[in-house]
Design a protein around this ligand. Structure first.
Ligand SMILES: C[S@@+](CC[C@H](N)C(=O)[O-])C[C@H]1O[C@@H](n2cnc3c(N)ncnc32)[C@H](O)[C@@H]1O
Length: 276
C-alpha cells in the first residue's frame, strides 16, 4: 500500500513547513504587475512588503526570492498555482507501488532543491533521506530555515565543477533517486549539470523530473534538453516508466504553462560527451 495522498489540501501550507514559515506565508503582502504586461516566464516579478519596505523581486532572482520567508510558497504555489512537486510525487508514488518499492527505501539527490519544498512533500509520504544541491547560497539557508533538518547534507555548488570538499560530501552518499522539479532550462540547470546528477544515481535508481513541454520540442528547444532526453530514452539509458503532460502553473498573465513530468529508471550512466 502506498501512503495516503493529501493532494486535496492546499499545496502552500504543507505539513513539512515550519510554524514560522506558515506564519510568514499568512502575513506576506504582495503586489503584482498589471495583467497583460506580457512578461516572459523568466521575467516575472512581484513587489513584496518585507522589513518595512516594498521591494521588487524577479522570480528567477533566487537569492532575493528565498531571502524573504514564505515568498516562494505564497507567490508560486498559492497565487500561480504551481503543481509540479505534487505531480512528481503522485507519479513517483504510483511507479514505486507498481514496482513494489517502498518510499522509505529511497535515498534522494534533490537537484535544484531551492528551499526544500519538493523534499518536504516527499517526506510527508515516507521518504526519509535527502541530500540537496543548488547553485544559489540562499537556497541552503532557506531550506534550513523553512524545513529544518530535512536534508542530511545540502551542497551549494556547480555539479560540473565541484570543490573537493563538496565532491567528498556527495561521494559519501549512495543515491537511488534523483528529483529535479521546475529547475531545468531557463538559465537554471543546463543539460551537463543534469547529466552529472543523473550519473551519481545508482543503476536501476529512480529518476523523477519536470520540464517545460516546449523544451521537449526539437523545433523550438534552445535549452538542449529535447536532444538529451531523446538520446537517454532512445538508448534505454533512461527507461521511461511514466510521462504525463500537466499544467505546471499559471503565468502572471493567467496563461497555462504546460510541463511534462517524467519518472523512469536509470539503467546506466550517460556518457558526458553525449550531453553537449
Ligand atoms: C524554480 S526553483 C525550483 C526549486 C524546487 N525544485 C521546487 O520545485 O520548489 C529552481 C532552482 O534551481 C536552482 N538552480 C538553478 N541553476 C542551478 C544549477 N546550475 N545547479 C543547481 N541548481 C540550480 C535555483 O537556484 C533554484 O533554487
Amino acid at each position: 500500500m502506498s501512503p495516503a495522498l493529501t493532494e486535496t489540501m492546499s499545496p502552500v501550507l504543507t505539513d513539512s513547513c515550519s510554524s514560522d514559515l506558515k506564519q510568514a506565508i499568512k502575513r506576506l503582502q504582495l503586489a503584482f504587475p498589471r495583467v497583460g504586461t506580457g512578461l516572459e516566464q523568466d521575467e516575472e516579478w512581484v513587489v513584496v512588503h518585507h522589513e518595512k519596505q516594498w521591494k521588487k523581486i524577479r522570480l528567477h532572482d533566487y537569492n532575493d526570492l528565498f531571502a524573504v520567508p514564505g515568498l516562494y510558497e505564497k507567490w508560486v504555489y498559492d497565487v500561480l498555482g504551481c503543481r509540479s512537486p505534487q505531480q512528481v510525487r503522485t507519479q513517483l508514488l504510483s511507479c514505486l507501488e507498481e514496482a513494489d518499492h517502498s518510499p522509505q527505501t529511497l535515498s534522494v539527490l534533490d537537484l535544484g532543491a531551492g528551499n526544500g519544498y519538493v523534499a518536504g512533500i516527499l517526506s510527508e509520504v515516507g521518504v526519509e533521506q535527502f541530500v540537496g544541491i543548488d547553485i544559489n547560497p540562499s537556497a541552503a539557508t532557506a531550506a534550513e530555515r523553512d524545513r529544518p533538518e530535512l536534508y542530511s547534507d545540502f551542497v551549494i555548488d556547480d555539479l560540473t565543477d565541484l570543490s573537493d570538499a563538496n565532491a567528498r560530501t556527495l561521494d559519501s552518499h549512495s543515491f537511488n533517486c534523483l528529483t529535479c522539479v521546475a529547475a531545468l532550462g531557463f538559465g537554471d540547470i543546463p543539460p551537463e549539470v543534469f547529466v552529472a546528477a543523473y550519473n551519481r544515481i545508482e543503476d536501476d535508481g529512480w529518476i523523477a523530473f519536470t520540464i517545460k513541454s516546449d523544451f521537449l520540442d526539437d523545433s523550438h528547444d534552445r535549452s538542449g534538453f529535447s536532444g538529451l532526453i531523446r538520446k537517454m530514452l532512445d538508448t534505454n539509458i533512461l527507461e521511461l516508466v511514466s510521462r504525463k503532460s500537466f499544467e505546471h502553473r499559471k503565468a502572471s498573465d493567467g496563461q497555462a504553462l504546460m510541463y511534462d513530468a517524467f519518472v523512469g529508471r536509470k539503467r546506466c550512466s550517460f556518457p558526458v560527451v553525449m550531453a553537449h
